[in-house]
Design a protein. Structure first.
Length: 140
């Protein structure tokens, strides 16, 4: 008689290990995106509050999907949107005036779309990198 309980337990362990490996692989990718975003996040003369506000939420598994979020801004969300979406409805009046005068807003480091650009850079080959990390982890 086949040991169906043992087979079921073995398959459940493989499934659990596969989920853990996949979540770990996506977290590594998210960390790389966050690091790139932080490196290209403008820093105001009075500090780096926006740069320091980067955080990763997740990953979580919802049904057949893995989700995670890279969040920037925290309590300074309006400021984060102003910088990232420059010009936007959140931009300070001085930025709007500078842009309208043709001078533009000068960022000492990085610039708008710092998070979006970081994510876009990592999308090429994302599936291959995640698959390779999952495969390597599942071999151990």
């Amino acid at each position: 008689m086949p040991d169906l309980d043992g087979l079921r337990n073995a398959l459940n362990k493989i499934d659990t290990d596969l989920v853990k490996a996949t979540m770990a692989a996506f977290l590594i990718e998210a960390e790389a995106m966050k690091d790139d975003s932080m490196a290209n996040c403008p820093v105001a003369p009075d500090g780096g509050i926006l740069r320091a506000s980067h955080e990763i939420l997740g990953p979580v598994k919802e049904g057949d999907e893995f989700k995670l979020w890279i969040q920037v801004g925290g309590p300074a969300d309006d400021y984060a949107q102003a910088v990232h979406e420059h010009l936007s409805e959140f931009s300070p009046p001085s930025w709007v005036k500078a842009e309208q005068s043709g001078d533009g807003v000068k960022f000492n480091v990085g610039g708008p779309k710092f998070l979006e650009n970081a994510v876009r850079k990592r999308l090429a080959g994302l599936d291959s990198r995640v698959a390779a990390r999952v495969a390597a982890r599942m071999k151990t």
